[in-house]
Design a binder for this molecule. Structure first.
Ligand SMILES: NC(=O)c1ccc[n+]([C@@H]2O[C@H](COP(=O)([O-])OP(=O)(O)OC[C@H]3O[C@@H](n4cnc5c(N)ncnc54)[C@H](OP(=O)(O)O)[C@@H]3O)[C@@H](O)[C@H]2O)c1
Length: 260
């Protein structure tokens, strides 16, 4: 029985670099994204570069049956999940009234429902092993309301609250739950969220790389940390958010995220 790290959304951005960091540490990895060939190519790349076993599975995690099929596939390969990285997620820019509601609902399904269900399905593996670590990717957006990306910010607030609660539920097991809260990071996220029009990402070259965020994330995952955020600017945003009334925070975020 091989103990593996399951990383969702490992074909690009933060998830891709988290998978690389884990493989670099000699961890066998199971990688997931929607495109079966693309994710298998990443698995082959990591296997060759780091000499670890790596599997790539193409599943759309917005679909509940696919989530179950994924864990079934893992079990049928005689693998057990030791580390779970719930990273796959996306956002969508624009006022709710003008948005594609199916995209918003799929976002809730991926960012929240899939994350909950994969924790639920992986915890029995970790209990059997007697050890486990979970990394749930939230955002600095989790701490504030986000006009013009209202659903996305709310999905991340859910991740933050759920993960802190789950951490406490598992405190007597040797299973930790870490919540990663990055701020804006260079990746394909902006393109998928149609954020090119927003002021928030106007200075993309000055944003931290997905690689640096992933390196920080895996260090914190291994330490079993609680809620963590890379970079002093993000830490400051989170700290200040405690003292700002929600109505004022909403006004400020609306300004930051307005069209260029
Ligand atoms: N970049 C930022 O500014 C930022 C800031 C804070 C938090 N985050 C969070 O960080 C996480 C990673 O985002 P990123 O910035 O690395 O974005 P990204 O480059 O767009 O990566 C997203 C990953 O999720 C996968 N994915 C998307 N939909 C999926 C689905 N339905 N089923 C399975 N996999 C799916 C994508 O692969 P396919 O498209 O091939 O399926 C890709 O591998 C997300 O949870 C995001 O909310 C990002």
């Amino acid at each position: 029985m091989t103990h593996v790290s399951l990383v969702t959304g490992a074909s690009s951005g933060i998830g891709y670099h988290i998978a690389r960091e884990l493989a670099l540490r000699g961890e066998p990895v199971v990688l997931v994204s929607r495109d079966p060939e693309g994710i298998q190519a990443v698995a082959t790349e990591l296997s060759k570069e780091f000499g670890v076993d790596a599997w790539g599975f193409g599943f759309d995690l917005t679909d509940q049956d696919s989530r179950k099929e994924l864990v079934h596939a893992i079990e049928s390969h005689d693998l057990q999940i030791k580390y779970l990285v719930n990273n796959a997620g996306f956002g969508n820019y624009g006022p709710l009234a003008e948005t594609d509601i199916q995209k918003e609902l799929a976002m809730i399904e991926l960012n929240d429902s899939a994350l909950v269900e994969l924790c639920y399905l992986a915890i029995p593996h970790m209990k059997k092993i007697g050890y486990g670590r979970i990394l749930n990717v939230a955002s600095t957006a989790a701490f504030i309301p986000g006009p013009l990306m209202a659903v996305y910010y709310a999905t991340k607030a859910f991740v933050l609250s759920f993960s802190a609660a789950l951490r406490e539920e598992l405190i007597d097991e040797t299973i930790s739950v870490t919540t990663l809260c990055p701020g804006p990071t260079r990746s394909r996220f902006q393109e998928h969220a149609n954020l090119e029009e927003s002021k928030l990402f106007s200075n993309e070259s000055r944003l931290p790389t997905a690689e640096s965020v992933a390196e920080f994330a895996v260090e914190e995952l291994m330490k079993g940390s609680g809620i963590v955020s890379p970079g002093i600017g993000n830490k400051l945003t989170i700290w200040v958010s405690r003292f700002v009334p929600r109505s004022l925070a909403a006004k400020m975020v609306k300004q930051f995220q307005a069209k260029k």
